[in-house]
Design a protein. Structure first.
Length: 491
């Protein structure tokens, strides 16, 4: 696998390129992403799906620029896939031949099912949820995949896309005809899929735009799109406002950006019809899609297209990026397990928090690489930005808070005010942060001591040290404990 890889996705509306750099065997990070709205299928549906000269030239010129970026970033491998626009066009071979001859780039036209598969592959590897329906709304088609227990069960592509609907119906102000067309197409999905989950993982620009608008409307505290989830019924009015808007000014006031104004009504109508027809309760937004799927298909080709068990790409990437001491990380992870399990009768937290506590222990020192004196604050920001994949927003902010408030004193209600809707209760958060402080205190002198913990009389936390360790003992005595539990040091 090339260290730096570029993935180009030629869609009906937009063309995008992702440039990815590997940091270890399975870990990678995005170093560049470029998007251009070429509207390759513009005018095609009025001419038997044939690509028109002006859109083809726009796409060609954009590909030329993409290749320039890839070369400058020293990309050793370029994948280029094309979806509905080239898939449907009878004259696509002319465009493909020109690109191959003049730009030395091979374009692979993928089927609708393959397109759905790549989106699903990115979702099962980069989204925490296990059972869901992926929906990827494009310019010419919409792809669906049914995922059950992280296994891709079925994939299908339907001819409902934003540009397709615009040219077939919206140009003539026939929104009713568009709705009927979507419903008829979705009946195919009902026949093909035996089960349609109540959770949708949304992929693509239309769905991301809707999520951004909903986040802003609800004054959501995190400016992070990947894994953002919302209740469909609670936000139905946003969909209705967009679908029923009469002019561009109204769409702008709702929060639609300039590059989405010409397709947002069509895309929202498609998505709204899907959500209504299948009684979807929750939407989870994916920041990853077909490009990440193409990359993962290659990266994971020898591991059954999945990351190894108990492997988390975001955690590994942060450890790689900040070159955290493996000895220290391993020691704190081991201690974290002992601390959490021994104190379980006191904190009564479930396995979910055990996992988050272990991860926080491994990552706590990220921020010291930037500024030792602001280490906790820096780590807080790195966690919010860096724990990108396979974490819910609640998980991410909980880990960040454990580290930020791993201090001698317990955090207070006012400390949780901004992110309160995403955090566990104050009592649980205090215990998690205390355990984090305890773990760090036990290795204050970086000697990696062997310690044993015990609970006595349901109120005393006994810590047995292998010898007198004044620095550690001094730190432990300063810790404020939840519910006034006592710490007793044994030798």
């Amino acid at each position: 696998m090339a260290k730096i890889t570029s993935i180009i996705d030629i869609g009906s509306n937009s063309m995008r390129m992702l440039v990815v750099e590997k940091s270890s065997r399975f870990s990678f990070n995005i170093i560049n992403e470029t998007k251009v709205q070429v509207k390759l299928s513009e005018g095609s549906y009025e001419h038997n799906a044939s690509l028109q000269e002006i859109p083809m030239q726009r796409a060609f010129n954009s590909l030329e620029s993409f290749i320039s970026i890839a070369k400058e970033l020293k990309s050793r491998k370029i994948f280029c896939v094309a979806t509905s626009a080239l898939r449907d066009a009878p004259n696509s071979s002319c465009f493909i031949s020109k690109v191959k001859k003049e730009l030395k780039l091979n374009i692979k036209i993928i089927s609708g099912k393959d397109e759905a598969y790549y989106g699903a592959l990115s979702a099962i590897n980069l989204i925490k949820e296990k059972t869901f329906l992926t929906v990827d709304i494009g310019g010419g088609s919409t792809e669906f995949a049914y995922i059950e227990n992280n296994l891709i069960k079925q994939c299908i592509s339907l001819d409902i896309g934003t540009i397709r609907l615009h040219e077939m119906f919206f140009k003539n102000n026939d929104s009713l005809g568009a709705k009927q067309y979507i419903v008829e197409q979705l009946k195919i999905l009902e026949k093909e899929f035996k089960i349609i989950p109540s959770i949708v993982v949304g992929i693509g620009g239309t769905i991301r735009t809707l999520s951004k608008i909903i986040m802003k409307k609800n004054q959501y505290p995190l400016d992070i799109l990947h894994s953002y989830s919302y209740n469909v019924n609670s936000n139905k009015n946003i969909f209705d406002l967009i679908i029923n808007s009469s002019d561009l000014k109204t769409l702008k006031n709702i929060g639609v950006k300039k590059d989405r104004l010409d397709t947002i009504k069509e895309g929202t109508l498609i998505f709204d019809t899907i959500l209504n027809m299948f009684n979807t309760q929750e939407v989870i937004t994916s920041g990853a899609g077909i490009r990440e799927g193409v990359y993962l298909n290659d990266l994971l080709r020898n591991s059954n297209k999945r990351f190894p068990a108990n492997y988390n790409i975001s955690v590994r990437n942060l450890l790689d990026k900040f070159d955290i001491s493996s000895k220290q990380s391993t020691y704190l992870r081991k201690n974290a397990v002992q601390i959490f399990d021994t104190l379980a009768p006191l904190h009564k937290l479930g396995n979910k928090f055990r996992t988050l506590f272990v991860i926080a222990s491994k990552l706590h020192s990220l921020g010291s690489k930037l500024n030792f004196y602001k280490s906790n604050d820096n780590t807080f920001n790195f966690i919010l930005s860096g724990l990108h994949y396979n974490f819910s927003h609640e998980d991410r902010i909980t880990i960040a808070y454990m580290i930020k408030f791993s201090k001698r004193t317990l955090l207070l209600e006012k400390d949780m005010e901004i992110y309160k809707e995403l955090l566990p209760s104050l009592e649980n958060m205090q215990f998690l942060s205390f355990m984090m402080s305890l773990n760090l205190s036990l290795n204050k002198d970086l000697s990696y001591p062997n310690i044993k913990l015990n609970i006595k009389d349901d109120e005393i936390i006994e810590i047995k040290l292998e010898k007198n360790m004044y620095l550690i003992e001094n730190e432990l005595k300063k810790l404020q404990t939840p519910k006034n539990y006592q710490i007793k040091i044994l030798l």
